[in-house]
Design a protein. Structure first.
Length: 276
């Protein structure tokens, strides 16, 4: 693997700090996407104030994916065991799929796969370009075809962010030796979502240091995605169950009133309708 130029050392945001920011941003985003858009908005009249809240939550959440893409590139450049890294990503992609479906689609849904699949395909695309290079250090045809296969897989699997996500990952990878160029490329390739380019203002202050974190916290970063969407899925199920129960109860009440009124009309001997 060709080593990237080291990011400037010194004061700034460590990799651990960026991960924490990304996790918080993602949580805020998913509160809106799951509990509001896939929950409350589907079951009741939409309050304009809640729409504004949802838009704010989703905008804050746009920072997460670009940061994760940057950290994926950093992880690829510094990993000592690519196979183990890729298998870990695959494992968490599979673990996350059921909670992802329930949190955002209220049931098993094959038409959209979680973001771990996107990151895994980005990882494989970088590996393809890195493994097959020309003598000048540029990607060879074999590597380009391998990366193209990853793009095709993203389309066929309907991965989160699909080809746009992979394009962002590869843009960050191809500009890895120049931090300024990398931040500019990242901002440009993340223009498909509002606010997302601002994430590279944070990346600009990346210190190049991994940052202090325990082994538990390192694993917590992987588990955070499936764990929090699992909790959101459970909360959504509870909410929808309560709403369904309330709707059934209300339906029975109105049915009782309707039948009662019909009986009164029938019993009215002169045929005129009257109401209690």
């Amino acid at each position: 693997m060709n080593p990237a130029l080291a990011a400037p050392r010194g004061p700034g945001l460590s990799g651990t700090a960026l991960k924490r920011i990304a996790c918080l941003s993602m949580l805020v985003d998913h509160l809106g996407a799951s509990l509001l858009e896939n929950g409350l908005f589907r079951c009741s009249a939409i309050d304009p104030r809640l729409v504004g809240l949802d838009q704010l939550l989703r905008l804050v959440g746009r920072l997460a994916f670009p940061i994760y893409c940057f950290l994926l590139v950093e992880g690829f450049l510094h990993t000592h065991d690519f196979k183990k890294y890729a298998l870990r990503m695959l494992g968490f992609a599979l673990i996350s799929e059921w909670p992802f479906d329930w949190a955002f689609f209220s049931g098993v849904y094959w038409g959209h796969q979680n973001v771990y699949f996107t990151l895994l395909l980005g990882l494989l695309a970088m590996k393809a370009l890195d493994t097959s290079q020309t003598p000048e250090g540029m990607p060879a045809l074999k590597g380009i075809l391998g990366a193209a296969a990853c793009f095709l897989a993203a389309v066929l699997l309907h991965c989160d962010y699909d080809v746009l996500g992979l394009a962002l990952i590869l843009a960050l990878y191809m500009t890895r030796k120049d931090k300024r160029a990398q931040c500019i490329a990242g901002a440009v390739f993340s223009l498909f979502e509002p606010v997302a380019p601002l994430a590279f203002g944070l990346v600009w202050f990346y210190s190049g240091e991994r940052g202090g974190s325990s082994k538990l916290e390192q694993w917590a970063f992987y588990w955070f995605y499936p764990a929090h969407i699992f909790v959101l899925g459970i909360l959504l199920l509870i909410f929808l169950d309560e709403v369904t129960h309330s709707m059934i109860t209300a339906g029975k009440f109105f049915l009782f009133i309707k039948v009662h009124i019909q009986n009164i009309i029938i019993l009215n001997h002169d045929g005129s309708a009257f109401f209690l």
